[in-house]
Design a protein around this ligand. Sequence first.
Ligand SMILES: NC(=O)c1ccc[n+]([C@@H]2O[C@H](COP(=O)([O-])OP(=O)(O)OC[C@H]3O[C@@H](n4cnc5c(N)ncnc54)[C@H](O)[C@@H]3O)[C@@H](O)[C@H]2O)c1
Length: 309
Amino acid sequence: MKVTVVGSGAVGATCADNIARREICHELVLLDIKEGLAEGKAQDMMQTATLLGFDTRITGSTSDYSKTKGSDVVIITSGIPRKPGMTREELIGTNAGIVKGVCENILTYSPDAIIVVISNPMDTMTHLALQSTGIPKNRIIGMGGILDSSRFKYQLSQRLNCSPADLNAIVVGGHGDTTMIPLIRLATWNSIPVTHFLDTETQKQVVADTMVGGATLTKLIGTSAWYAPGAAGAALAEAILRDEKKLFTCCVALDGEYGQKDICLGVPVIIGRNGWEKIVECDLNAEEKELFAKSADAVRSMNDVLKTL
Ligand SMILES: NC(=O)c1ccc[n+]([C@@H]2O[C@H](COP(=O)([O-])OP(=O)(O)OC[C@H]3O[C@@H](n4cnc5c(N)ncnc54)[C@H](O)[C@@H]3O)[C@@H](O)[C@H]2O)c1
């Protein structure tokens, strides 16, 4: 098994570090356009192999895609992150060109790869990857919902004073401060609805805090977060390569599911060796359906910006 991570910045390197430690693949390639960055980080990570006890072979490459040849999974994290006060959507102008170029290069050497898109604005970058490559839709997966769902569980665990591992909760819709939909009605604490324990005001606060989870960290750190995004990318790669059939919320191409077409949006999907293998439709109530439609409208207008670039 071989994985390539394109972009060796904060998210890419953290994702690679998680993949190496978990021995998800035998060969792991880090790539970046910044001279020496990927090679340096790859060496640094390899020097933890005996300390952490893993046997993943990590190499780095400055823009030489021949090193990525035969990758089973390619994770795209290249592009600029947001700064405090910025929305993910403001990154589109720069990141669209980067993601399109990276996809072309990747497929030259790994025509059968499953592509995981992390670069923001992720829903639109996933749509762009699908449109520009024309590869089967099940092989393009946007990573956002796994992270947002994890942040949702964190917020719930803080209010419930419980272990996040005991929680089941998902975020669907777009991966944006105003487009994501934390489904609190369906969230459970070991099968018991969390709504049983939290009053309406607290529920609203949990949802609001989840939606600005990324922006809150950007304000605190001064740039976009990387530990949870990197771990989420690695969890997705693991589910693919180990054919886990995990149910994750991922950004995938919809063809009538959840009432939407010609758009990539976050919905629950089964992840396995073929990429995303099945969309799971859950019964949204009228309010959630309306939020989902609004989220789709916002993402669609962001996708339209691609036509002007
Ligand atoms: N989907 C999510 O949940 C999620 C979460 C966090 C961050 N992000 C996004 O991930 C992206 C990366 O964030 P980061 O914090 O790692 O940024 P970063 O600046 O630390 O790293 C980005 C790296 O990409 C490299 N790069 C730029 N153009 C490239 C190209 N053409 N080819 C190869 N490498 C190139 C840069 O040299 C840099 O090292 C951003 O767009 C950010 O918004 C997404």
